[in-house]
Design a protein around this ligand. Structure first.
Ligand SMILES: [Zn+2]
Length: 113
């Protein structure tokens, strides 16, 4: 995969942020260090979004909240419909549509073996 997603680690207290914040939500510092987010996480919860913007060619898209081993929780699109809370998922990065002509990079979680 050519693209990576990053968490932003506060250089003062180590708190991780995703997406980036201007100031640390824990200590208020403004210096951050990017930390690549990848590998496996645990699916905490998921939902199906049916009312999709134009541009999606599917009746619904599953979205999930995943916790990485470093404790950071992020939301992303699920690459599978075979979902179970607590399952292991693998983070990949792909194009997530956000409306007509608004493709952007985001997380897509696939089932991990
Ligand atoms: Zn901080």
């Amino acid at each position: 995969m050519g693209e990576s997603m990053y968490a932003y680690k506060c250089q003062t207290c180590g708190q991780l942020h995703h997406p980036a914040h201007v100031t640390c939500k824990k200590c208020g510092a403004r210096e951050f260090e990017p930390v690549p987010l990848e590998g496996e996480g645990i699916l905490l919860t998921y939902t199906r979004v049916y009312n999709l913007p134009e541009g999606y060619m599917k009746p619904f898209i599953p979205f999930g909240i995943v916790q990485f081993p470093n404790g950071l929780r992020v939301s992303g699109q699920m690459g599978t419909n075979d979902l179970e809370i607590g399952m292991k998922v693998k983070a990949t990065v792909g194009i997530v549509k956000e409306g007509v002509g608004k493709d952007c990079y985001g997380f897509i979680f696939e089932k991990a073996d």
